[in-house]
Design a binder for this molecule. Sequence first.
Ligand code: ADP
Ligand code: MG
Length: 431
Amino acid sequence: MTIAEKNGDEGFKMGDPYYCSECERTHVKGKIYKEHLKYAQEIIDEEDPESEENLVEKEDFEDEEGLEDEEDFKDEEDFKDEEEFEELEENEELEDEEFLEEKDSEKEDTKEKDLTMQECIERVKTLPGVGEATLVKLVEAGFSSLESIAFTPPSIIQEDSGLGEKTTAKIIQSAMKKLNIGFKSAKEVWNHRKNISRITSGSQELDNLLLGGIETGAVLEFFGEFRTGKTQIMHQLCVNVQLPKEKGGIEGAALYIDTEGTFRPERIIQMSEALDLDHKKVLKNIIYGRAYNSDHQILLVKEATNIIKEKNIKLIVVDSLIGHFRSEYIGRGTLADRQQRINQHLHDLLRLTDIYPDLSICVTNQVQAKPNVFYGNPIQATGGNIIAHGSTIRIYLRKGKGEQRVAKVVDAPHLPVAEAVFSITEDGISD
Ligand code: ADP
Ligand code: MG
């Protein structure tokens, strides 16, 4: 039976909007979802098999079938969640004229961004030793810019792209040369730091504590006990990053990697409305990935490399960073193994800020307070010292009176050790 018959809609054609009882949603554009590949295949076979659109779809299937092998964590549920945000785009009211206009302007955007992506790839192509075949391997593995090649350890490029050791070493070396990576004068470093942009947290006090807000080109770790506002701050930043510069944003989109299932679009709506923003647009600019285990989490960050440019991502959230690692390594594996993997994951994140200096990465980390060391050093956190060394800025959160929370910067190379008080209300983070 085809989707069309299942829906009792005889006139169904590829590209028509249709209600899909398989995933209880309306699809448009004829995009086929992984959870009903079989039905989709039947429809395509009935359609003109030579049409360009169908050919593209078929290619997609091949990729997706490959993915199906990893069944241990990619069951049907996973697929649904992963695609929820992609689908959001397509579910909106089709008749709405405003919506159609929006679609048009979006097309323009994509073109422009494709060009820059293309330009990046062109630059990779000019590296000595990079022919067509090597280029394809690199791009497919996500190394589509000189920066991503220069900043990634050779072993990772080798493993992900399948290129040989010598070729990889040579390519990295020439990418570094092209980018002029090496020693810099302090003046150059200062010029770079002067131009760092910042995202407002919503609270003036907290912004002041961070010398103006959440900085780009850095990883910020917000850690504290349960209900100290870590997830709320992450939500607020996903909204605020989209604000125009004069309102404290950096006009970018956000990528939210949720390991605990605590992301709530309804909070985004409340926060957007408090800022007089169109919540539909705000939601559209938050790409969501639910990580079901630590392997999946690592994979999502690796995949992020490919969409940062395309989707204009300026903020990546990982909420929470080590929850999965902690629970998975109880009773199996050693602490050293766990630390090793957390360390690699954190370095994947740090590397992203090297490749994309106008990207900010915020992670959360839940700690249990030890009552007797509450004020001294409550930082014997879940990830131990590795997190402390890997993050650039660490902010410790604790509860104050009522809706108040206290933030304290710990260990930041350039920030004073001071505290800020902020509140969490229905409207989000404020003073
Ligand atoms: P965690 O640090 O565990 O991630 P959260 O960020 O989830 O903590 O913070 C939870 C707190 O946020 C709640 O205790 C509550 O004080 C506040 N909060 C959550 N939602 C709302 C809301 N809609 N209105 C006001 N406060 C809220
Ligand atoms: Mg939380």
